[in-house]
Ligand binder design. Structure first.
Ligand code: NAD
Ligand code: ZN
Length: 313
């Protein structure tokens, strides 16, 4: 149970470093959220950046329910996608990748769909809610790159110039506000593999469940860890929060690094409220100075995942 909130940089870094050192090399799992990416210019939902421009994401039921809903989704996403695609990892993402390479971090379970951990060089990233850089056919289930779809959408919508129809404010899922006239004239394209199936981004929409094998894999990551570190998530969404509950049930210490309250606070052993880029960069530097985890001890060795990475839906 957390008793104090740490907002001093030196204290925060020391507490995070101590917790990861006590857990040992390769025994920390990170559970990340939208707060990891706000410093890359992608807003969250429930922090200051999200509250400034509230978003109501489309539910899967709406998306699957009508051609008009999909036309609306893809028109807005056609414009918003290039903003997400042009976002770059921030120093927090780079620090996480370095902690992984140094042998400190086992895996990152991310609730984000922006791919920025991977862009920063992290390899053991479990995308709990999928990734916006892929699309899936609702009929034949073929998964294909979003870039390829974008080229097809551009060819089908030569009358729309992406730079001129939207305001500058992007929503967390790559959605932007555009005029209804643009939406009405937008040409949606279907799956290139089967020729007719409707396409959906390969992300878990609100109202949709994470595939059970992905959830089980994440539970197994948490259960074999000696420390769970939450990075920038309000844990409002049950899909991420359940891993905090599981860690607490197993007596695994939980460090929550998040500016602002989270639903996991009652379960946290340590709560740190600092900007993540600053905190992670400094903690990463200290752990690197201490010698990488392989030299310190056992390394990940026997922890190497026997389950493999869960395949994408
Ligand atoms: N980048 C993305 O891919 C993205 C962005 C927004 C939302 N989402 C999706 O929406 C859901 C949102 O849930 P969530 O819990 O991840 O987000 P959330 O918006 O509920 O919570 C984010 C938390 O991070 C904190 N925060 C923001 N910037 C921070 C910083 N620099 N340092 C420290 N803390 C910071 C905020 O105060 C807030 O408490 C997720 O399931 C995710 O799939 C994805
Ligand atoms: Zn198809």
């Amino acid at each position: 149970m957390v008793t104090e909130v740490i907002d001093d940089l030196d204290d925060g870094v020391n507490r995070l470093v101590e917790a990861m050192t006590a857990a040992g090399p390769g025994r920390t799992v990170a559970l990340g959220g939208a707060g990891m990416s706000t410093e890359s210019g992608i807003p969250d939902y429930r922090g200051p950046t999200g509250r400034a421009n509230p978003a109501t994401p489309m539910t899967v039921q709406d998306f699957l329910g009508s051609d008009q809903a999909r036309q609306r989704y893809w028109a807005r996403s056609f414009i918003g996608w290039r903003r997400i695609a042009s976002a770059r990892p921030n120093r927090g993402h780079f620090a996480v990748a370095q902690l992984e390479r140094g042998g400190w971090l086992d895996h990152v379970i991310t609730q984000n769909v922006d791919g920025l951990h991977q862009q920063a060089g992290a390899e053991r990233v479990e995308e709990l809610h999928g990734g916006l850089n892929r699309v899936i056919c609702m009929s034949c289930r073929t998964v294909s790159p979003r870039d390829a779809l974008d080229r097809r959408l551009q060819a089908a919508n030569l009358h729309i110039s992406p730079g001129s129809v939207a305001d500058d404010v992007i929503k967390p899922d790559g959605d932007v506000d555009i005029d209804d006239g643009v939406i009405d004239s937008f040409q949606v394209v279907d799956c290139a593999a089967c020729g007719s199936g409707p396409l959906k981004p390969d992300v878990i929409f609100f109202g949709e469940n994470v595939p059970p094998e992905r959830v089980s894999f994440c539970y197994s990551l948490v259960e074999r860890s000696k420390l769970l570190v939450v990075l920038g998530s309000s844990l409002t969404v049950a899909s991420g929060f359940r891993f905090v509950r599981r860690a607490a049930d197993r007596g695994i210490p939980i460090v929550i690094a998040n500016q602002g309250p989270t639903r996991g606070d009652p379960y946290a052993t340590t709560k740190i409220e600092l900007p993540l880029g600053q905190l992670l960069e400094a903690a990463g530097a200290e752990l690197a100075d201490a010698g990488d985890a392989e030299r310190l001890g056992s390394g990940r060795g026997g922890l190497e995942c026997s389950l493999g990475t869960v395949g994408r839906a």
